[in-house]
Design a protein around this ligand. Structure first.
Ligand SMILES: [Zn+2]
Length: 110
């Protein structure tokens, strides 16, 4: 089994044969490159941490929504303030994981 990567969109797939075109973006065959062992290791080793970052981003997004619901309830100023602080912290958590994921993509750790 070989591993190929689309140089246009970054889609990685395993196959005996190289595809005629990318199943994701439709780029032609000559845009596919075969990954060597080092590149493959990078892709697979980062799968777990990428998933963790994705989970953190999803959880943080839920937190932000919850805080917005709380702000909308507008019970009293200190309660609204508490939700605003939490919303800001959740947004920061989300941005940290997003920034790290972006670095992984740039380094081919995807
Ligand atoms: Zn593609």
């Amino acid at each position: 089994m070989n591993t190929y990567k689309c140089s246009v969109c970054g889609y990685v797939y395993e196959s005996e044969e190289i595809y005629d075109k990318c199943p994701v973006c439709g780029a032609p065959r000559d845009k596919m490159m075969e990954l060597d062992q080092e590149a493959k290791d990078k892709v697979y080793n980062s799968d777990v941490t990428n998933d963790i970052h994705m989970d953190i981003i999803t959880l943080a997004a839920s937190l932000i929504e919850l805080c917005e619901d709380g702000i909308e309830e507008n019970l009293d100023p200190t309660c609204v303030r508490a939700f605003e602080i939490s919303k800001n912290l959740a947004w920061q958590i989300k941005q940290v994981s997003k920034a790290e994921l972006e670095k992984h993509v740039q380094k081919g750790k995807w």
